[in-house]
Design a protein around this ligand. Structure first.
Ligand code: AMP
Length: 398
């Protein structure tokens, strides 16, 4: 069965058509600047990437272009829409309502809508993508795969904040966590590589991308994760602050004359390694170049980032009373050997014997980075959220 995987943002829509049996990507692309001027990028497997300007006032036109490109005589990879058996939608926030993926019904859409308040930028866009597909592909089953679902196994001691209980009761203020599809995918893959049962392992996954989070996976279940009610908590990220003393908000707001929206912009867009590096860059390739050239702020930004990751690993080893394997994934985790080396330099006490030689220069490839006999094993495992969504979709639709 061919599964169309859709990741719909407020002004962009990424897609992949995946043959769910062979797990091969048949075509992929992105619609950008939806509602502005519209830019369409499409690439069939083994073919050239094509970029063109296309008017896309709404997501419906964007999906129309996607379906046309997938089926046309020249660039198409299927002969008709009948060959697309299902659509898998990445959904950001399922609140406490969704602990697993679901076939999308009217009831499900209503329940997702009720979570909009928790992810006001993402959830409405996800739903727009669902409705546009429903309009253009009536009768094709749709599945929602939630970023938060994998973390619904966390115990209350991990998800409750030290706040008045009524805020949890009235507003559902608690830790939810994100990147769940990725944490689940790579932790399972690590168990396969180790040839150990997934439900008997203590794994710590470091999903280090522009957004970044660490998760403790105990016996195949998420028991703690560093992102919280929103993706702002936890690690220092590209432009997000991660954990800070909450009183800093009041202090800076007074000093700089900012209201709550202004302060939230500082924490989400102007902070993280971008902020620490003095606005140099949020991209680790730039920070690495600058660090190697002697830029002190860039060096500090990278050190702060790695140190925070190491602290979370220590915390989660404590939460699980040990750790068997540590997995690095996503843009930085898969590609940045300096960050991996810095993080692992703190972990000798846990029993990590890190192989610097194997680590050096390793990019985007599955590899073990611990030495033979290391008590805790360390891996790079590339994440593949689209494939994970296609698998979930196929499992539910079949
Ligand atoms: P993601 O959000 O998973 O797509 O990760 C994007 C981030 O990965 C970028 O902002 C970079 O900081 C980082 N990244 C990508 N490629 C490299 C690379 N070759 N070396 C270091 N960092 C990289």
């Amino acid at each position: 069965m061919n599964v169309l995987v859709i990741n719909c943002g407020s002004s962009s829509l990424k897609f992949q058509l995946i043959d769910a049996e062979s797990e091969k990507v048949m075509a992929k692309g992105i619609c950008e600047r939806i509602g502005i001027d519209g830019q369409f990028t499409y690439q069939p497997a083994g073919g050239e990437k094509e970029k063109s300007a296309k008017p896309m006032p709404t997501h419906t036109e964007a999906i129309q272009y996607v379906l046309e490109a997938l089926t046309n005589d020249k660039t198409g990879v299927v002969s008709s829409l009948d060959e697309i058996g299902a659509v898998g939608h990445r959904m950001v926030h399922g609140g406490e309502k969704f602990a697993s993926s679901v076939v999308i019904t009217e009831e499900v859409k209503k329940a997702v809508e009720e979570c909009n308040e928790l992810a006001p930028l993402h959830n409405p866009a996800n739903l727009i993508g669902v409705e546009a597909c429903e309009k253009l592909m009536p009768g094709t089953p749709m599945v929602g795969v939630f970023d938060t679902a994998f973390h619904q196994t966390m115990p209350a001691r991990a998800y409750m904040y030290g706040l008045p209980y009524e805020y949890y009761e009235k507003y559902k203020v608690r830790r939810y966590g994100f990147h769940g599809t990725s944490h689940s995918f790579v932790s399972k893959r690590a168990a396969e590589v180790m040839e150990k049962p997934y439900d008997q392992l203590k794994t710590i996954v470091c999903h280090l991308g522009n957004g970044a989070s660490v998760t403790a996976v105990l016996n195949g279940k998420s028991v703690d994760t560093s992102m919280g009610l929103t993706p702002l908590e936890g690690l220092v990220m590209g432009t997000r602050s991660g954990d800070i003393d909450p009183a800093i908000m009041e202090f800076i707001a007074h000093k700089e004359g900012l209201d709550i929206d202004g302060m939230m912009k500082v924490l989400n867009k102007d902070s993280g390694v971008y902020g620490i590096s003095g606005g140099l860059s949020s991209d680790f390739r730039d920070l690495t170049d600058a660090s190697l050239a002697g830029d002190k702020k860039a060096q500090t930004a990278m050190e702060v980032f790695s140190y925070r990751v190491a602290k979370y690993i220590g915390a989660y080893a404590a939460a699980m009373n040990g750790v068997d394997d540590i997995v690095f994934t996503a843009g930085i985790g898969e590609n940045d050997d300096i960050v991996r080396s810095q993080v692992c330099s703190y972990l000798g006490y846990l029993g990590v014997e890190f192989d610097e030689e194997k680590n050096k220069g390793l990019r985007g490839k599955e590899e073990e980075l611990s030495k033979p006999g290391s008590k805790v094993r360390v891996f790079v495992i590339p994440t593949n959220e689209e494939l994970a969504i296609a698998r979930e979709t196929m499992a539910l639709v079949k």
